[in-house]
Design a protein around this ligand. Structure first.
Ligand code: ADP
Ligand code: MG
Length: 368
């Protein structure tokens, strides 16, 4: 096992495109780190640099204590699992799993033992003599994992390994992966564009956009204390609501205003040193931090009209158009509510965030 360290790592493709920008990241020994971000943000490029399948243009890449920038993939002691599984079609499951060890000239008895152990661990014992075309998607995926774990590498690199599975199997395999990691304790870097997968799997989650790492922290922390507006909007479904507001500190509180509403929120939403002037900002509110009640003239809430109700079983999403014509989504427990109803929205103060205004950095003003 080993930690993986990236220091100011950059990737410039031959056509001049900069896919990864000054990336600093330390993956701890034994950690399950998830690299998440929208398609095209540079996740696979980063993983492929760690694997040695892409060269590092700038910066320093370490596995354990060793700088590996110039080390060939086969000498890095990593195992990679791809979305496409990349199994050899003419080989059986057993041969597919044994291949990496045989290639490295491991003794036959060791190969047999390792394959047996991996097949047991992943529930593949009954499938060892089959060829990939006689396997379901989920089974192929397990064989690809098996091929990675037989080698007992220092680091696992997984690139969207669940995206070819249907929704149910994805959930099952996700849980299995988590158990497997608990059992093996191998440093793992897992790439996905799926924020839910990232939150459920990661010890820590590294959020990237356009080649830049925005935040790396525990799942709950990125959710509750997003570093900036991008992270806030990327994690969570439905996404966080954003509204342009004016912020005026008043004594103990912050007065957050916009045409049609006037809210009191806790002062610590803005970093103390910067908190004394009136300023435009972006208010971010998670759908579950909005409470719907009957419309009245009580100040301190947001007035609006129900636009759309989407039942989800025990809960429902309600799209509301405010009197300032913003659209907000509230996630509340299921109840009777019809489109056209006038309502008032209360903001749970702990679910409010303030970000630097449009055109600015978008940084969370609590941490700026
Ligand atoms: N060989 C390449 N040459 C030029 N640009 C590339 C190459 N491979 C990937 N890219 C670009 O780099 C960016 C990041 O790609 P990638 O790392 O695959 O993103 P992700 O895995 O996050 O979806 C994308 O804009 C992609 O088009
Ligand atoms: Mg990718």
């Amino acid at each position: 096992m080993a930690r993986v360290t990236l220091e100011r790592v950059e990737k410039v493709y031959p056509d001049g495109f900069k896919a990864v920008r000054s990336l600093n990241l330390e993956v701890h020994d034994g950690e399950f780190l998830v690299l998440v971000g929208p398609s095209g943000c540079g996740k696979s490029t980063t993983l492929r640099m760690i694997a040695g399948l892409e060269s590092v243009s700038e910066g320093c890449l370490r596995i354990g204590e060793d700088v590996v920038n110039e080390i060939a993939p086969k000498d890095r002691d990593i195992a990679m699992v791809f979305q496409s599984y990349a199994l050899y079609p003419h080989m059986t499951v057993r041969e597919n799993m044994a291949f990496g060890l045989t290639m490295r000239n491991r003794p036959l008895s060791e190969v047999k033992e390792r394959v047996q152990w991996a097949a047991e661990t992943l529930g593949l014992l009954d499938l060892l003599e089959r060829r990939p075309k006689a396997l379901s998607g989920g089974q192929r995926q397990r064989v690809a994992l098996g091929r990675a774990i037989v080698r007992d590498p220092k680091v696992f690199l997984l690139d969207e390994p669940l995206s070819n599975l249907d929704a149910r199997l994805r959930l099952e395999t996700r849980a299995e992966l988590k158990r497997l990691h608990r059992k093996l304790g191998t440093t793992t870097i897992y790439v996905t564009h799926d924020q839910e997968e990232a939150m459920t799997l990661g010890d820590r989650v590294a959020v990237m956009n356009q080649g830049v790492l925005h935040q790396c922290a525990r799942p709950l922390e990125v959710y509750e204390r997003p570093a900036d507006r991008f992270v806030a909007g990327f994690l969570g479904t439905p996404p966080m609501n954003f509204l342009r507001v004016e912020v005026t500190p008043t004594g103990e509180d912050l007065r957050v205003t916009r045409e049609g509403f006037d809210l009191k929120l806790p002062r610590d939403l803005i970093h103390a040193a910067r908190g004394d002037v009136q300023r435009p900002a972006i208010l971010g509110v998670r759908p579950e931090a909005l409470k719907i009640r009957e419309a009245d003239d009580r100040p301190g809430s947001i007035r609006g009209t129900v636009d759309l109700v989407e039942p989800l079983g025990g809960q429902m999403d309600v799209v509301i158009t405010t009197s300032s014509l913003d659209q907000l989504v509230a996630r509340v427990s299921a109840r009777e509510l019809s489109a056209g109803t006038e309502v008032a929205l209360d903001v749970d103060p702990s679910g409010g965030h303030l970000f630097a205004a449009e055109g600015g950095s978008g940084k969370n003003l609590a941490s700026e």
